[in-house]
Design a protein around this ligand. Structure first.
Ligand code: PLP
Length: 361
């Protein structure tokens, strides 16, 4: 018997596994396993970080006012209804911690982000997985799964690792169909890659039970710094603020994020590069006889004949110094999630898979 018993749910947590970042004996690795920006740190953010470096002996601002104003100005949102966190993961954790506990259910979809069951268990709540329909979120299945115990629905839109997304009308139907007492969280980590999509901002602006989360880790190229934000009803934001530690973000983080969000030209360039290389990669995969859905993100889920074939292709890519993500943990043993890189990197992926195919696989 153990001497100390952790809170309910904590021992149910299976530790999160990140994408691999190195291959033994190689220093020319192309890392396409964590959906990072191939163009790296935005130059304006790098400059801001260097400037802020001289201030790190001083405690940072507790209200994040300057960053929230910048985000609000760029997105046309009320800064008072924005909350910043250590990655969007922290904002998601505030929601689950604030609104669910033992006996409550948190719904997520079958192939939803692997952090969701972890966050539910952290709160002592029960994660409930809802089936998708051919790798697309099924609104009716979610609505049918709602019970008296449901407190939160965590939705990745566009999805990871599927890359598919719900059209605005379907998202609206989901929001309309949920009881108002259930909070709908739209995790829009990849919103900038989906053309014409507001990430759920309009819904989060007008509904009492919809929250949108966004991140600086993907198109903004700042994954290593850990910055995200949420936007939603004032009532919910004010509750989450009570859970946020006063100094959760450093000046370095805030300065970098503010510079990055104010550089929308950079964002447009990154989105354009991604669109071109994503189309190229998708076309090449299909030519090689591999299935993949049209992606609305910065990655493509390639589906092989079976798990063994995916493992062999993964090994062939690694032999060529390329790291992608096996999607087994997401329910796709036959899948490899490949981040869309720059022109060179995409060329290397296509060449490696072509050689693998030509070797008789
Ligand atoms: C990458 C990602 C995030 C971002 O997490 P951060 O904590 O902001 O780095 C959130 N949700 C999904 C689905 C993601 O893939």
């Amino acid at each position: 018997m153990t001497l100390h018993t952790p809170q309910p749910g904590i021992l149910e947590i299976a530790l999160y596994e990140g994408g691999k970042s190195s291959i033994a004996g190689r220093d020319d690795v192309v890392k396409l396993s964590s959906n990072e920006n191939p163009l790296g740190v935005p130059p304006a953010a790098r400059e801001a970080i260097v400037k802020a470096a001289g201030r790190v002996h001083v405690y940072p601002s507790t209200d994040h006012a300057s960053l929230r104003e910048a985000i609000g100005a760029v997105h046309g949102l009320d800064p008072a209804r924005i909350l910043c966190g250590v990655g969007s993961d922290e904002v998601l954790q505030f929601v689950t911690q604030a609104y669910a506990g033992p006996g409550d259910e948190i719904l997520h979809t079958e192939h939803g982000f692997s952090m969701y069951p972890i966050l539910a268990h952290m709160a002592g709540a029960t994660p409930v997985s809802v089936p998708e329909a051919e790798r697309v979120v099924d609104v009716d299945a979610i609505l049918e799964a709602v019970t008296e115990k449901t407190r939160i629905v965590l939705l990745t839109n566009p999805g990871n690792p599927t890359g598919t997304m719900l059209a605005d009308a379907e998202l609206l139907r989901l929001a309309d169909g949920l009881p108002e007492r259930v909070i709908l969280v739209i995790d829009a980590a990849y919103a900038e890659y989906a053309e014409g999509y507001d990430g759920g901002a309009a819904l989060a602006g007008e509904r009492r039970n919809v929250l949108m989360t966004r991140t600086f880790s993907k198109i903004y190229g700042l994954g290593g710094l850990r910055i995200g934000w949420g936007y939603g009803p004032q009532e919910i934001i004010d509750v989450l603020r009570r859970l946020r530690q006063p100094f959760n973000l450093s000046d370095l983080q805030m300065a970098a994020a503010e510079a990055a969000v104010r550089d929308q030209d950079w964002v447009r360039d990154c989105a354009a590069l991604n669109r071109d290389q994503r189309a190229r990669l998708t076309g090449a995969l299909r030519q090689l006889g591999l299935d993949c859905d049209d992606s609305q993100t910065n990655f493509v889920l390639a589906r092989f004949a079976d798990g063994e074939s995916a493992a062999q292709a993964d090994q062939a890519l690694q032999d060529d110094g390329i790291l992608v993500r096996r999607a087994t943990g997401y329910g796709f043993p036959e899948g490899l999630r490949i981040t869309v890189g720059d022109k060179d990197q995409t060329g290397r992926v296509i060449a490696a898979l072509t050689r693998w195919r030509e070797a008789g696989q």
